[in-house]
Design a protein around this ligand. Structure first.
Ligand code: TMP
Length: 209
């Protein structure tokens, strides 16, 4: 079994259009230029489980099947990628993690506590940031991308997703950053939080002293 003592495990969360992927890439460059070894990765990890869900079993999908599939996909991601890189001392930036399952699958109808429970074996990150944006703003930013739903349905669904994220913030699982502001200001806040937490982890900061 690997330990994660050496590396730093960072998760970025948010609804579509919250800007987390752009933030992740800028942070990756910043950390690399400071000498950290950094891995960017994302979920769904698209293991064979998720591929099968989206093809062979697509017509049977519901909140429960999605939640169980994403939980298995996640454990494979943790065992095969996240833990080995942490063991080697990397900063691992993960774009979405089990909080996405809690937010999206709860919004689809699965009980929140059950989704939390099936994700209990997933490694807990050192820091998990939630980029909070109003669904209307998120959709406006993503309008060019096609959606499975009519816009009013999508907005209502994302409002539910956001309310679950906010519940996870209240419970202390996620740190909220206001992502409704301009990119540079959001990025500055994220970077400050990440650097502060990395510096508090002695095994990593030793590499740069
Ligand atoms: P993406 O747009 O960030 O690639 O995410 C793909 C979609 O998958 C996004 O709408 C959120 C959803 N999702 C879940 O419903 N549950 C999960 O556990 C994960 C990781 C993603």
């Amino acid at each position: 079994m690997y330990t994660r003592r050496k590396g730093f495990f960072l998760v970025l969360e948010g609804i579509d259009g919250s800007g987390k992927t752009s933030i992740a890439f800028k942070l990756l460059e910043r950390l690399k230029s400071s000498g950290y070894r950094v891995l960017y990765t994302y979920e769904p990890y698209d293991s064979l489980y998720v591929k099968a869900l989206k093809t062979e079993y697509n017509e049977y999908r519901d909140a429960y099947l999605d939640a169980l599939t994403y939980a298995a996909d996640r454990l494979i991601h943790v065992r095969t990628v996240i833990e080995p890189y942490l063991y080697r001392g990397y900063v691992v930036i993960c774009d979405r993690y089990f909080y996405s399952s809690v937010a999206y699958q709860t919004a689809q109808g699965a009980p929140l506590e059950w989704v939390m429970e099936i994700n209990r074996p997933a490694l807990h990150p050192d820091l998990a940031i939630y980029l909070d944006v109003d669904p209307e703003e998120g959709l406006r930013r993503r309008r060019r991308l096609k959606s499975r739903f009519p816009e009013y349905e999508e907005k209502a669904f994302l409002a539910h997703v956001r309310s679950v994220y906010l519940e996870l913030v209240r419970r202390g699982y996620l740190l909220l950053v206001d992502a409704s502001r301009g990119f540079d200001r959001v990025y500055e806040d994220v970077e400050a939080l990440v650097l502060k937490h990395i510096r508090e982890k002695p095994t990593l900061s030793e590499q740069h002293s």
